[in-house]
Design a protein around this ligand. Sequence first.
Ligand code: OGA
Ligand code: MN
Length: 294
Amino acid sequence: MALTIAPADPARPNFGGIVTGIDLRLPLTQAEVAAIDAGMDHYAVLAFPNQPISDDEQLAFSRNFGPLEQATGDIVQGAARRLRMELNDISNLDREGRIRALDDRARLFGLGNRLWHSDSSFKAIPAKYSLLSARKIPDRGGDTQFADMRAAWDTLDPATQSEIRNYVCDHSQLYSRGVLGFDFTDEDRIRWAPVQQRLVRRHPVTGRLSLFLSSHAGTIHGLPIPEARSLLRDLVEHATQRERVHTHKWRLHDLVMWDNRTTMHRATNAPPDQVRDMRRTTIESESSTMQQVA
Ligand code: OGA
Ligand code: MN
């Protein structure tokens, strides 16, 4: 059966697609890779239902779309890690596979995913695609929501568009986790020093502009901090209005892939006493958004 991409919701034909007619465990043809890239450029979020893949298969599939990021943004590093460095651990499990306690530091850090964000916007070279594979899911909750940041830009009034067009933000995990009141060590503060990103970015293939917002954005250059943060809040509110949000309700062995250049996402609450084991591979963007001409 040939690869087919259909809208997840017929009422929203340009945001969120479902891909069938492909087995992610097998090597892809060039035509399949091109079709998925084109699908990403159109839908920005693609779900691949019923793909029971191993870690190795997830890595091999992901590498079709560019160089993989290392999970240096995870709070758990070194010998305590459950997964290798090419996999972000989006679970509530420790290395031994036990559910983390309510006050576990890694669990609290992971709650940052409940804030709207774009992956790795806190890295100088932020993320292009993220690929999240559902290995174990709870019996309720734990949906992932996506907001279309192309539509967010397109629907801003022209005065706001010209006001913010050339703004540059500082992004850091210190800002996003700080909003939740997470306690940082001195080492965290050095490791997660802010990086600069443009607030408006252009997609290298489609040429479309999108708002590059993220919970990691904490300041706008040239504005007083309260001014910057109020504006960022207004923009996030604008971008995440219901009509521009797509909700993915996970089924076991779904893989969902999104373009961080054109979307934000967030996790919704899940029962803390049930296993939720999700593993993420992440493709690097081509360059920093600061390299992009104004
Ligand atoms: C991520 C993420 C949300 C979720 O994997 O980058 O933010 O629902 N996940 O787990
Ligand atoms: Mn994320």
